[in-house]
Write a protein that binds this ligand. Structure first.
Ligand SMILES: [Zn+2]
Length: 314
């Protein structure tokens, strides 16, 4: 992790999601404790045919690999933005790196949600509707981050809760980061460019009051020290026109807009994401360990020959 705040070298941050990899290794080793069977087909006569075992572990591992791959993407795009400081890029090229960065940041979390759904569904009772069935394409489309952002409310006491992840994603700072990220990604994917400008690093000869804003001069070009993002990026053109007619935002400095919460900087989003993704990784590992321990406990109970426990044979 770590950003060098004295030099604002947030491009060089390293995201540590090693607990996600550890969780995958643990799940691979112990996956046989979780068996999920579904009817071979939807035919009402299927009762005559044996059920099929679902390969949930492959889906879980694919979700984890997706997450790790997206984090590679985040690191790559940060390196590209670092490179962009020395080589003036076409605005479209710069915007491309932002769009790819937002995709990778958002998708890393989405892939983890897919992995959690896979093991959650495998562990859940067959009548539990909390997770999407892995053999139902329509149901899989419903998997998203919001499935893991609310407090879980299921009458089935054995239903997997992912309590640690939920608590993490409900923290106000993390909620804000996820909301910003999904909105930026949504806009760059479906609508238009998201970046509204970039600031130039202030030369050492000029006055610096130590604040981050003082290290920027708005909208100057080379080398960019940071990138400006709008808080309400989905504001409609008519609303922008209204704001402009009221003397906003024109005529005000970037610092005023920032203090007013109308804009923020990519470096802020990256710092928040750093905290979010590393804490998510740690909690993912602890939730998966807990699920596997519960599954092993349940399996050991059902594997007991009748009366074995009472006779002290376990
Ligand atoms: Zn449930």
């Amino acid at each position: 992790m770590a950003i060098n705040s004295s030099t604002n070298e947030w491009w060089r941050m390293k995201l540590d999601i090693s607990p996600v990899t550890r969780a995958e290794e643990i799940a691979r080793r112990r996956c046989n404790t979780i068996i999920k069977l579904v009817p071979r087909n939807e035919n009402p006569d299927a009762s005559a045919v044996s059920n099929m075992q679902v390969d949930w572990i492959s889906e879980f591992c694919a979700g984890v690999l997706g997450c790790r791959a997206r984090i590679f993407g985040v690191q790559h795009e940060l390196e590209e933005l670092l490179h962009a400081r020395g080589v003036p890029l076409d605005s479209a090229d710069l915007e491309y790196h932002h769009a790819a960065l937002f995709f990778a940041m958002d998708s890393a979390l989405e892939c983890l949600a897919y992995a959690m759904n896979a093991i959650g569904w495998a562990c859940a009772a067959s009548d539990c509707k909390c997770y999407s069935a892995l053999h139902d394409e329509k149901a899989l489309r419903n998997i998203n981050l919001s499935n893991f952002r609310k407090t879980k409310n299921c009458s089935n006491s054995s239903c997997p809760t992912f309590a640690a992840i939920r608590a993490c994603w409900q923290l106000p700072a993390n909620q804000k980061c996820i909301d910003r990220l999904t909105e930026q990604h949504d806009v760059t994917k479906h609508r238009r460019a998201a970046m509204s400008g970039h600031g130039q690093q202030q030369s050492s000869s000029t006055e610096d009051d130590g604040s981050f804003i003082s290290g920027l001069t708005a909208m100057a070009y080379n080398p960019p020290a940071d990138y400006i993002l709008h808080t309400n990026i989905k504001t409609l053109p008519v609303e922008k026109a209204q704001a402009s007619a009221l003397g906003k935002p024109s005529g005000r400095t970037l610092q005023e807009q920032h203090l007013n919460g109308e804009v923020y900087f990519l470096s802020e989003l990256m710092a928040d994401y750093n905290v979010l993704i590393e804490e998510t990784a740690r909690r993912f590992e602890s939730d998966i360990e807990k699920l596997l321990a519960n599954a092993e406990h349940s399996k050991s109970q059902t594997d007991q020959p009748d009366g074995a426990e009472a006779n002290g044979l376990n």
